[in-house]
Design a protein around this ligand. Structure first.
Ligand code: SF4
Length: 323
């Protein structure tokens, strides 16, 4: 099907990479493809939940394929939304294709948050996905004239193997947030999940065919790349993240202590990390120890082409994530 714009919602994880490579294998012209990355922590106050290295890795992938990449974020990111106290949710910022950055919103009703998102499939209570990703992406489309009167598809990497909820997603549908069939500002926006039915092996196979280097967290043992301190993470992931992004871990743990509200129902993140074991891969060899230092920085220094290509330690491992 023909589209003017193919927006790959590019987290830096393997499934969004598979989406991008699939488009290229289908022969979609590169001048119609763009990568969009939502910065969970925003730009204003350092990193709180996410891997500091991810933005740089995503930019390196875009540069390797000669594709534009645009960042978008809620001002202050996860932490500001968490600390929101009787005030509107923060504005959204997004990079445009002319190099400028737009700011939208920030004048909504007052509200108070104070609690971490709930570990739930329900986006009303798992507010991080809704506020920091879905809403930010929708605002960036709805407020760019270049999408009006055009056909756009947002390509996302949910796979049915990850959860029963994801298995029920449609592979194709109009985007419920931005598709606008009528009126002066009409725009056609679809959502396409091309890898919904792919087994994990197919995802790694396409990365091997293209010899692209996965996000470094995979090489360090993580089966899923999301926020470093994802609310869905299990004990081993939190134990590993405590080792890799220790300052962020302490900030999150202190917020739990100060607020009295924990991310998990059964205890604090300190207790969770104590119950887990950091992945062996973190300390497996010199190259991995260097990667372990790199993930807490904002500069990805390795080439994206990887030859010979190697399956990372985290492949087929623990992949706790949204349901
Ligand atoms: S990766 Fe986890 S913590 Fe981060 S936005 Fe998604 S669900 Fe929330």
């Amino acid at each position: 099907m023909h589209y003017d714009h193919y927006i790959v919602s590019f987290s830096g994880g393997k499934d969004s990479m598979a989406c991008l490579l699939h488009l290229l294998e289908l022969g979609v012209p590169r001048d119609r493809i763009e990568l969009w990355h939502m910065l969970v922590d925003g730009r204003e106050d350092g990193h709180f939940m996410d891997w500091p290295i991810t933005e740089s890795y995503c930019r390196a992938v875009a540069a390797h394929f000669g594709l534009p990449i645009y960042m978008s974020w809620k001002v202050g990111g996860f932490k500001r939304e968490l600390l929101r106290s009787n005030e509107p949710t923060a504005p959204t910022k997004f990079e445009r294709n002319d190099g400028t950055v737009s700011t939208i919103g920030g004048k909504g009703p007052n509200g108070t948050r104070g609690k971490f998102p709930q570990v739930s499939a329900d986006l009303k209570v798992r507010w991080c996905s809704a506020y920091l990703k879905i809403d930010v992406c929708a605002k960036a489309i709805a407020n760019q004239e270049r999408f009006n009167g055009k056909r756009t598809v947002i390509v996302t990497g949910e796979r049915g193997e990850e959860s029963p909820g994801r298995a029920k997603y449609h592979t194709y549908e109009h985007d419920r947030y931005t598709h606008r069939p009528d009126g002066e500002l009409a725009r056609h926006v679809d959502r396409w999940r091309p890898v919904r039915d792919w087994p994990e092996a197919e995802v790694w196979a396409i990365m091997q065919r293209w010899k692209v280097r996965p996000h470094p967290a995979y090489q360090l043992g993580f089966g899923r790349v999301s926020c470093a301190l994802c609310i869905f993470g299990n004990a081993n992931q939190w134990a590993s993240a405590r080792l890799l992004v220790p300052r962020q871990f302490v900030h999150v743990a202190r917020h739990e202590e100060a607020s009295g509200y924990t991310i998990k129902r059964r205890g604090t993140v300190r207790e969770l990390a104590e119950a887990g074991t950091p992945y062996d891969a973190i300390n497996a060899n010199r190259a991995n120890r260097q990667l372990a230092m790199m993930v807490s920085t904002t500069t990805f220094t390795l080439p994206i082409p990887m030859d010979p290509w190697e399956l990372p330690a985290g492949a087929y491992g623990e992949a706790c994530g949204p349901t």
